[in-house]
Design a protein around this ligand. Structure first.
Ligand code: DAH
Length: 335
């Protein structure tokens, strides 16, 4: 083979390369891309013809041109694959990312209405000097009942339908039926003065209806010190009602019975011309103080317990407590 021939065939690989690259760059649709593939890489395509024609070259040239042509095939194949995958992603089906779309607002989550209400309640008490603490939902019978002056044979136990925890080693484990056991736990661990609020979930073994759930939240409160009186209880709870329900809302206290307070009261607020009970409260029973190791001749205190879902229902005109835990976004996104 002459020098001229060699240069010509080498150039034709080069020519083919620039023609192929230019054509590929201007192939701006999947049809044109396919036409490009047929023209250059197809069975009768230009590169294939060039490779087939190698047989007519002298052995030396065949090696050089063959190597160059095979390299070109590799290059063109990978360029083609890149273009093909680009074109596939720009015709992407629904659901994949289209970077050309203008930004959409991401769906933002929010605080659960119970959490919002709990925070508002605890904040009102925090501002009056109460500290927020939490306690166990799986509780011992001792704290849920005994230390709160509710012995096993006490008829008041009927008031709380208890979910007991099945255990081989303990028959005294339950899901707390109220947050009041934290009164006993806090007093056991701390000396007076005490001012705490305890939000948390409670559980009861009962059938559900518009005003009853088998689980719900409560916010417990406890203040113990020397010289605390019923006037302190009333003053604190009036202030709470003023903050959460507004300055003009009337409130009412009536006598009520709870084994762990004496005297016991319930607090209602004026609601559409009637009275709606929002919490139980009272002066901590001397026995409860003594059970925790306090000297009841020296210390007195008050306690209260309320249901944040109940308060949220009043404020937001929610007619069924079960909405809170049904996980329905149509309800939850309204808050
Ligand atoms: N634990 C009571 C209940 O679940 C509510 C309650 C009443 C809490 C009076 C108190 C209280 O702290 O003093 O029904």
């Amino acid at each position: 083979m002459t020098e001229t021939q060699d240069t010509q065939t080498s150039e034709s690989v080069e020519e083919l390369k620039s023609a192929a690259v230019a054509a590929l760059n201007s192939a701006d649709s999947s049809e044109k891309l396919e036409a490009w593939r047929v023209e250059f890489m197809g069975r009768k395509g230009r590169l294939t013809s060039l490779l087939r024609g190698l047989g007519s070259f002298a052995i030396e040239d065949r090696k050089i041109v063959g190597a160059a042509a095979n390299r070109l095939r590799g290059e063109l194949e990978s360029l083609y694959e890149d273009r093909e995958s680009d074109s596939k992603s720009s015709q992407a089906p629904v659901g994949s990312i289209d970077i050309t779309l203008p930004g959409r607002k991401p769906a933002l989550g929010g605080l659960h209405p119970s959490t919002q209400m709990i925070r508002e309640i605890t904040q009102a008490f925090n501002e009056m000097g109460f500290q927020t603490i939490e306690g166990p939902e799986v509780e011992l019978e001792k704290y849920n009942f005994d230390m709160l002056n509710i012995p096993a044979d006490h008829p008041a136990r009927d008031q709380w339908d208890t979910i007991w925890v099945d255990s081989d080693t303990h028959d005294d484990v339950l899901l707390r039926t109220h947050t009041s056991p934290m009164q006993a736990r806090v007093m056991e661990e701390n000396d007076p003065p005490i001012r705490v609020v305890v939000p948390g979930k409670c559980y009861r073994y009962e059938s559900t209806d518009a005003t009853h759930e088998w689980h719900f939240n409560q916010v417990e409160g406890l203040a113990v010190d020397e010289g605390i009186t019923l006037a302190d209880l009333k003053g604190t709870l009036y202030e709470f009602a003023r903050r959460v329900f507004g300055a003009n809302r009337k409130v009412r206290f009536r006598c009520d019975y709870f084994p762990f307070v004496e005297p016991g009261v319930d607090m209602s607020i004026d609601w559409n011309g009637g009275w709606m009970e929002i919490m139980g409260a009272g002066m901590v029973h001397p026995k409860v103080l003594e059970n925790a190791g306090y000297d009841s001749s020296k210390y007195t205190g008050f306690a209260f317990g309320m249901g944040p879902e109940r308060i949220s229902m009043l404020r937001n005109e929610i007619t069924d407590i079960r909405h809170f835990f049904s996980n329905d976004l149509r309800f939850l996104t309204q808050f």
